[in-house]
Design a protein around this ligand. Structure first.
Ligand code: ZN
Length: 373
């Protein structure tokens, strides 16, 4: 089994400024450092190296996406606005999305990294791949950035798979703790990309990600939101995957599975209130590997999104990449025993109630036979 890793140091040079967490610094807000900074992601890459796992991976060099590729999703006005500000001192791409000089080029490299991973998997160069890119992408909409995201990395990777590589059906599973609103918007009326988002109920963006938002027109039924209650742990996530995500994928029969991989559902994350662990992510990865093996020749591409506990996300990232590669290093998660023993890690009745509703959506997914280009 060969697993690709997309990485570039420039991803770490995307500058989100000195806000306090997510709050812009000002006269009453002491500068502290933005939560979406390079540290957590760089520490994943470093742990992959220190663990020795990197020697078992195929390193994939990302290329920048072209402007034409970005325009498959985003509006010309938006792209020009980002390009212009990035050539100066930077700016804000929309809602809570500060960026610095040259972030335009770095964001192109993030999109291109996800496309590189898709191509490597579709070409059979690797069996699966992890694109450890930055900035993240799943909140970005056609004409605005949002939630630290500039361009829709995973959405553009799916569009590439459809329009350039000729795939008929692609599935995107988003386990970032926040709603994948940008990905939802990109494919809301499109049955050729099944979008599934598992997120904390009404965390971010506000009033987004309702279970009743199921798609529109031809896309009706091909968008599934699972808004889990705050406090959901490994039991709720595993049950969601067993009862909703995997059945929906089986019904849809995608030719490629993409994962929008946020690590911010972890028990240590400051931007959400869930209780996932590295072992929980390991289980979800296994479920996705098994589904990909059964449905699409194992073709699985994982695109990095959020995750704001720099101390803990490396263990979650390592667990996922270990599973992708079928390699277990000697690194153990130093917090796993503590976090796994938190009260409420098992599936709770009020969490199961949401999952039961979402099961109805999964049961309604029908194969999408028509190829639409
Ligand atoms: Zn997130």
């Amino acid at each position: 089994m060969a697993t690709g890793l997309v990485w570039h140091e420039l991803y770490m040079w995307h500058d989100t400024g000195n806000g306090a967490g997510v709050i812009p610094a000002g006269l009453t807000v002491q500068p502290l450092g933005h939560l979406e900074n390079a540290e957590g992601k760089r520490r994943i890459r470093n742990l992959v190296e220190v663990s020795g796992l990197i020697d078992r991976l195929v390193q994939l060099k990302p290329r920048p996406a072209t402007e034409d590729e970005i325009l498959r999703l985003h509006t010309k006005d938006y792209v020009e606005r980002i390009k212009d500000a990035s050539s100066k001192l930077g700016g804000d791409a929309g809602d809570l999305t500060p960026f610095g000089p040259s972030s335009y080029e770095i964001a192109l490299l993030a999109v291109g990294g996800c496309i590189t991973a898709v191509d490597a998997v579709l070409d059979g160069k690797v069996d699966n791949a992890y694109a450890l890119v930055r900035p993240p992408g799943h909140h970005a909409e056609r004409d605005t950035g949002r939630g630290f995201c500039i361009f829709g990395n995973v959405a553009l990777a799916a569009i590439h798979a459809r329009q350039v590589r000729g795939l008929s059906r692609v599935a995107i599973v988003d386990w970032d703790v926040h709603h994948g609103n940008g990905t939802e918007h990109a494919f809301y009326d499109d049955p050729t990309v099944l979008t599934i988002s598992i997120h904390q109920d009404n965390n971010y963006p506000p009033n987004s990600g309702a279970i009743t938002d199921t798609g529109r027109g031809e896309g009706e039924g091909y968008n599934i939101n699972v808004p889990l209650p705050p406090g959901s742990g490994v039991g709720a996530y595993v049950a969601t995957f067993e009862r909703v995500v995997v059945p929906a994928l089986r019904a849809y029969s995608p030719e490629l599975i993409l994962i929008a991989c946020g690590l911010d559902a972890s028990a240590m994350d400051p931007l959400a209130s869930m209780m996932m662990t590295s072992d929980g992510y390991r289980k979800l990865t296994r479920a996705m590997l098994a589904a990909a093996k059964d449905l699409c020749g194992g073709r699985l591409v994982v695109c990095h999104e959020g995750g704001y506990s720099p101390a803990y996300v490396p263990y979650c990232g390592l667990a996922i990449i270990e599973e992708l590669a079928g390699v277990r290093t000697e690194v153990s998660d130093p917090l796993l025993d503590l976090l796994a023993s938190f009260g409420g890690q098992e599936l709770q009745p009020h969490q199961e109630a949401v999952i039961r509703e979402a099961m109805k959506l999964a049961a309604a997914v029908r194969p999408q036979p028509a190829s639409r280009t």
